[in-house]
Every structure is written in C-alpha cells, then in structure tokens.
Design a protein around this ligand. Sequence first.
Ligand code: SDX
Length: 428
Amino acid sequence: MTNTRSLKLIENEQTLCELPVLAGSTGPNVLDVQSLYKHTGMFTYDPGFTSTASCSSAITYIDGEAGILLYRGYPIEQLAEHSTFLEVCYLLLHGELPDKAELSTFEHNITMHTMVHDQVNLFFRGFRRDAHPMAIMVGVVGALSAFYHDAMDIHSKEDRLMCAIRLIAKVPTIVAMCHKYSTGLPFMYPKNKLNYVENFMRMMLATPCDEFEPNPVLVKALDRILILHADHEQNASTSTVRLAGSSGANPFACITAGIACLWGAAHGGANEAVLNMLLEIDDVSRIGLYINKAKDKNDPFRLMGFGHRVYKNYDPRAKIMRETCHEVLSELGLHDDKLFKLAMELERIALEDDYFISKKLYPNVDFYSGIVLHALGIPSKMFTAIFAMGRTIGWISHWDEMIADPEQKIGRPRQLYTGQTQRELPLK
Ligand code: SDX
C-alpha cells in the first residue's frame, strides 16, 4: 500500500482537510478518510458500501468492468481448469500454491478432521425434518464454537490454522448431515480413503446399504463448482465474517454469521431462487412475461441469477459454470435437459434486451449453478449450503487476514441520524 498523493477538501476557499490517496498493487486507488471526522466533523455516507473499501486485502482481486477474478493473483479460469478445490484452499489460506508435500500434508490434515464430535449429531434432533438446511447450518456450525476451546487463541497462527482445517473439513460433513436428516436416512460417516469431493458425495448421496462408486466426471464438476465459490473479495457474507471477527468473537461463530448472511436471496440464496424461477417459467413461451416482470419498476420480481454489484460484464464464473453444466448434462445423457435449454434461451433474450444491456445486468455465478447441482441429484433447498461449503475457505482466509492485520480494529460504522432531536418526556 503506497501513499500516491493527497486531495484537499475545500469549502469557501478554505482547506478543510487534506486526505491521502493510497494505491494497492492493482485496481482502484482509495481515498483515506480516517481523519475526515476529526477535521470536518462530517462522516462519509455510502449505504450498501458502493464506493467504500472496508479494508486492505491480498486474497482476491475482481475487475468488474473487465470480468476478471484472481485468487492470490491466479485467474479463476486457470484454477478451475487445472487445480483442485483443496489446492485452492491452501492457496487462499497461505498465499502461495502448495508443493507436492505441502498439499499432501494439507489433504491429510483435512481428512483427519472430517468427522464431527458425536454430540453434534444430537443438535439435529431439535430441528423439524423439513427445516431449511441453512437454518440447520446456522445452528450446527454455530454449535461448533462450543467444542474447540483447546485451540481458540485467535492471536495464535497455529490455532487459527487449526480452526481453518476443522471448518474446511467439517462443513461438508454437516452439509451432508443436513440433507440426510431431511430425508430420514441415516447419517453417513466420512471415509478416509476417498478424496474431499468423493467423500462429500458419498455422505450426501449414498446409504449404508450400498457401495458408493464416484463418477469422476461428476466429482470433477463439483470440485470445480467449489473452486468457483471459494472466495469473492468483500461480498456481503465475507464482510459479515470480518465485522463479527473484528470484535474478537469465536471464529466458528463468525463463520456462522457468514452462513446466515449468505442465505439471503440477493446473495447466496440466489441459486435456489434461480431454479425455482426456471421451474415457474417452465416454458420458453413464458420467458417474455418474466423479462417484462423483471423490468417493471412496480413489480418486486427480479431475474434471479442476473446482475452483480461489481461485475458490469459477464461474471467469469458464470461462463465456467455454463461449460460445467454442459459437461455434466452430457455425462448424464441429459442433452435435452429442459431447464438448461430454458436457461440458455432466457440468457439469450435478456442479453439482447436494452434494459439488461443498459444496466449491465449479466448472468452471475448463481445462474447456472442450480442446474448443475440439480443434475447432480442435489435438492434445490441444499444449493446455498453447497455455496457455503465452497465459501467457507474464503470466509476463514479473510478472518485470518483480518486478525493478523496490524491495522485491524473493531468495526464500528457511524450514521446519518434522521430521527427525533432531543425532547422532554411528558409528565404523567
Ligand atoms: C452473489 O458480492 C458478491 O460478490 C456476491 C457473489 C459472491 O460470490 O459472493 O458474487 C454471489 O451474491 C451473486 C448475486 C446473486 N443474486 C442474484 O442473482 C439476485 C438478483 N440480482 C439482484 O438482486 C442484484 O443484481 C444484486 C443484488 C446482485 C446486485 O444489486 P445492486 O448492485 O445493489 O444493484 P441494484 O439493486 O442497485 O440494481 C441496479 C439496477 C436497479 O434498477 P434502477 O433502480 O437503477 O432502475 O438494476 C436493476 C435494479 O432494479 N436490477 C435488476 C436486477 N438486478 C439489478 N433488475 C432485474 N433483475 C435483476 N436481477
């Protein structure tokens, strides 16, 4: 971070203050406004943080205009094509790709922590069988904060790494347990001889009555889906984790705050909403009706899976997800999958419509992911939980970076107050 120049704030020819302009390694510079209130008695005002950098970070870079996404400098296209999710987890957490030995050790450590404490099973019993999986995830992942007091010194790098290992390893187990609980089928325990995604697919889709034979094409597809969801800069759920963590809160509780935020339909809940939207549209002939609803200011309906706060170009993850969709459907012999064809026609029509072109609304990561997950046999209620499984590494990497940041302090935004000024309580 370098101080490039400064900008003066002048009112009636009087300099109110001089604010430094800071540059990172690439991307927009920032105006450092930390001294603004001290010098002017004013706050900045930016609901939704459309022009606000909440922190400095070296983990992920997004260029929304160019449609670029880099994890520790590596393009998402190259990682999705040539890497594995656990290798990407190591990269996001440590900043560099692992060598062969480092990756093997990392994979072994994750494998050795995939089981949850047997008491965790009891938490599920309190939920109705039809509880939304994200509600259960908030409850059960949050409960993990009551289990690991042996490694909870957040100022110890070793303890922070142990938390990361435990979360990367246990979230898939809990996600699979959420699904099994909803079906009434027994929980499946992890099998150490399987790799990370094979293990998850077995816990999620197999039963104790049969042997699980992983399909390598489907395993690779889900591994790639997790890579695409791993991190995305200061999105709403990651910012939630950072804000929760800034108070020194338990890391398992902070990740749970991220899970809660991700559940929203405007964020990670969009993949489930996209599938429900496609099922509701049902036929190509009805696409126009829904495009018009999305454009109607008086209609709250939005085209789910379209638009993004940062990407004003095609989300690079959506392109890869569409290719993955095609691969999975071909492998499963679903060439004429109605939903996929409907989605592609919806995308074509929307991208030719001036409303979407003028507002730079393109498909985002959620637009195709639901179709792939549906084809993999994962129920739509589980889609956001799968997103959380991929994003856990991003959340814990940002939490770790924040705790280690010497600039770190508790997050405490201010406000523009528009309520009642002081008034006297009427005497009774
Ligand atoms: C994710 O931040 C991240 O990085 C998130 C994420 C990640 O990896 O963490 O990328 C994951 O959350 C992807 C987004 C998934 N959400 C959806 O697909 C839901 C549908 N999309 C929208 O709700 C919306 O596009 C957002 C929430 C994604 C972005 O909203 P913004 O940036 O606040 O934009 P906006 O609401 O101000 O919209 C700008 C204009 C508005 O019209 P005007 O008021 O200017 O006339 O575009 C319109 C909006 O009405 N608009 C849409 C639309 N999205 C925006 N109109 C119809 N359909 C849509 N999908």
